[in-house]
Design a protein. Structure first.
Length: 147
């Protein structure tokens, strides 16, 4: 029996991270996630990755274990992992949102200082923020591209 879960984590972007690294992450994630039946959303904001992975529990946790070994991430914190009835990001093997002036107020509404700091988000806040960002990206027509 398949147990559907959504795992949300945040991590710091490594100091050696460059523009081609983001391309590589998205390319490999999309390819691997389609094969594993995983959907999700990856956000890059203020030096942090903030990501949701959805799918079969074992596939999602195996993917997160690979992320923990990736040197482009540091200080990773799992913010939430829960069983879900349906996906928020169905149809997105890995949606991508980059923080911009357009969406900065949304990120900042979940922050207690002048920078987005997702490592300290509570599970419910992380779930709410991802749902809002996902809805915002869909409204703007974003799916697998940067929004």
């Amino acid at each position: 029996m398949t147990v559907l879960v959504r795992l949300i984590y945040a991590s710091k972007v490594a100091a050696h991270f460059g523009p081609m690294d983001m391309h590589d992450i998205l390319d490999k994630s999309r390819r691997n996630n389609i094969e594993a039946g995983i959907s999700g959303l990856l956000i890059l904001a203020d030096g942090y990755f903030f990501q949701a992975l959805e799918g079969d529990r074992s596939a999602v946790h195996a993917t997160y274990a690979r992320i923990l070994k990736d040197s482009r991430h540091s200080s990773s914190v799992m913010l939430s992992s829960l069983e879900i009835e349906k996906r928020l990001f169905s149809g997105w093997s890995m949606g991508y949102v980059l923080s911009s002036e357009k969406n900065k107020p949304l990120f900042m509404s979940y922050s207690s200082n002048k920078y987005f700091a997702p490592l300290s988000l509570r599970a419910q806040a992380a779930e709410s923020l991802l749902a809002e960002i996902g809805a915002h990206a869909r409204h703007l027509g974003g799916t697998e591209t940067a929004t």
